[in-house]
Design a protein around this ligand. Sequence first.
Ligand code: GLA
Length: 362
Amino acid sequence: VPTESCAFAPGRVNLIGEHTDYNEGLALPFAIAEGVTVRAEAQPFGSAGAARIEACASDLGEHDGFALAQPPRPASGWRAFVRGTVAELHDAGYPLLGARVAIDGQVPVGAGLSSSAALEVALCLALIALCGEPPPAGEVERIALARLCARVENRWVGAQTGLLDQLASLCGAPDTALCIDFRTLDVEPVPLALGGWRLVVLDSGQRHELSSSHYNERRAECAQACRLLDVRSLREAGAEAVERLPEPLRARAKHVIGENQRVREAVAALRAGDMPAVAALLNASHESQRDLYEVSTDAVESTRERLLAAGAGGARLIGGGFGGSVLGLLEPGVSPPAGAREVRPGPGAHLLQESPAPAAGV
Ligand code: GLA
């Protein structure tokens, strides 16, 4: 059994396919270079002789500690993710060891780039390695781990999120977007060859927290639409039946159906190297999120206007909405507006082999 471990998990950008994951639909995310690094050092005995987790969020200068023997108490902020991840790993049967854990994040929190999934996934990989278990290398293991991390969001954080962020973080690969079918959980790599075009993200500055935003309300509206249509998910909903739904359920369902189709068209356009078509699809996705799904805000709209005014061919809100970042697709020669950061698809979550620095500050 190793005495220390170190893992990295990336945040993600969703190219297209928003609010489709919990509707058994399609999405096309990619892992980004920025992520969360977790260093864990085995500490079998606390001062009272009981194994403990002592975690330190290095960038925030904050600490959390709790015994492994009983389920941790609920908490807020980053502590909810740490306590929830440890509790869910324990419930899943992992023989966790007491450890010092140092968390180092480079993904801005609440910016729609999935800092939370990066934290959950990096923590899982580091703690699983520390108890001598193999990393989740195969598809089945990755899906199981993504589900475990989603339970952290659902039970410990109070956000009824789907599997988009965790699967993107776990399965990402350089130069590759992932076409995920959330009905079958098939993950199909799609080469992200942009032919000189660039993807940038521009932060709206409006922080979102999915547990307290209208995110859960949107999810409940989709479930209600399914009950009225007598279908298992909106993937099965027919366009004609949807027209008979009352508002706002009709608008929500139309967004989801249209968005699934846009993902299919974006995959085809990428494969054909047709970047103007990809840009047009990003714009259509944004308009649907704004007008039908109603997850945009004034801050998001003005952020998008800045990208379009700079000459972006396409721009759309990414992530859960109600704040966060806007993704822009820029043709060659167009300069992004001040504050925009270029994003490129990078590797998925992995263990770092180099000897980790000792966990600090606890
Ligand atoms: C958040 C959630 C995801 C997904 C997106 C919207 O990022 O965590 O599960 O629902 O919003 O596409």
